[in-house]
Design a protein around this ligand. Structure first.
Ligand SMILES: N[C@@H](CCC(=O)N[C@@H](CSS)C(=O)NCC(=O)O)C(=O)O
Ligand SMILES: [Fe+2]
Length: 265
């Protein structure tokens, strides 16, 4: 289920929740104290070093998949079926440049699944999210939070009930997404991270879309202290980003047109 944040709101960790969402959050906090039925699995693509995340409510059996890779759509669908979950949403954090998304293929492998991406990405999908939209699965919610900079349409998905966030390529472990293509903006990325991610509680665990060194997760507190780029003043950050000299992603000319149509090209 997709909800919009409207009406009275409560500020929690730098974001505004409607009174309904805030009530839900308080209910979930007490549920977590009693024991959680939250399912979490981090999956990996060795070719593009992409992480895919399967989240589910194990009682209600409703699941979401974040940043699936086309070549692993069968693997992911088989896992979801084995676990008895219903995949509600196959979601992207942004329009990827380094791999083709599996969202379109998952829709045909698991009928009833809806594809989801940020509206500002310019990509096709069943559901286009705006900043502040809530994506529900079972008794859990992901708060879509606009974090432009790596691309215009980048979203960070925050699950306040679990104290976790999926940062896509906006914030990588001890790094961040490059800003030299897809309408990238170093200043935009810096502001997104400082206003939307570094304002979350220090203990929140952050899961990126990629890691190239075998690292799996980080926390807000760690990145605020040790991120070698984002701990610097804005001017220095922009200089770092301007002089990264990263090679052009090998798949970009194929991936972007394919990802505009959910990987179905
Ligand atoms: N070599 C890889 C691409 C590596 C790359 O550019 N990664 C992106 C995220 S995927 S759009 C990035 O933002 N990297 C930042 C960094 O500091 O590494 C390929 O050819 O696909
Ligand atoms: Fe990216």
């Amino acid at each position: 289920m997709l909800q919009k944040l409207t009406g009275p709101s409560l500020r929690v960790a730098g974001v505004y929740l409607t009174s309904k969402a805030a009530l839900h959050l308080r209910m979930m906090s007490s549920a977590a104290e009693k024991g959680s039925n939250f399912f979490f699995r981090q999956l990996f693509d060795t070719v593009s070093s992409t992480y895919t995340y399967l989240l589910a409510d194990q009682e209600k059996k409703e699941a979401v998949l974040i940043d699936p890779v086309l070549e692993h759509a069968e693997r992911d669908a088989a896992l979801i079926e084995q676990l008895g979950f219903k995949l509600l949403f196959a979601m992207n954090t942004h329009m990827h440049a380094d791999h083709v998304t599996g969202t379109g293929k998952l829709k045909s492998l698991l009928p009833g699944t809806q594809s989801v991406i940020g509206k500002a990405s310019g990509a096709q999908a069943d559901i286009h999210l705006l900043d502040g939209d809530l994506v529900s699965f079972g008794c859990y919610q992901l708060l879509a939070t606009a974090t432009p900079g790596h691309t215009n349409g980048c979203l960070t998905y925050i699950c306040h009930e679990q104290g976790i966030a999926f940062t896509g390529d906006t914030l990588l472990i001890r790094g961040c997404g490059r800003t030299d293509f897809q309408e990238g903006s170093s200043e935009g990325l810096y502001n997104s991270v400082h206003s939307k991610i570094f304002t979350l509680p220090d203990h929140y665990t952050l899961y990126p879309a990629h890691d190239y060194k075998g690292q799996t997760a980080t926390t807000v507190g760690e990145e605020k202290k040790y991120n070698p780029r984002l701990t610097k003043p804005l001017k220095e950050f922009i200089h770092i980003m301007d002089t990264l000299n990263l090679p052009y992603p090998k798949m970009i000319d194929k991936a972007i047109p394919a990802n505009k149509v959910c990987g179905l090209y």
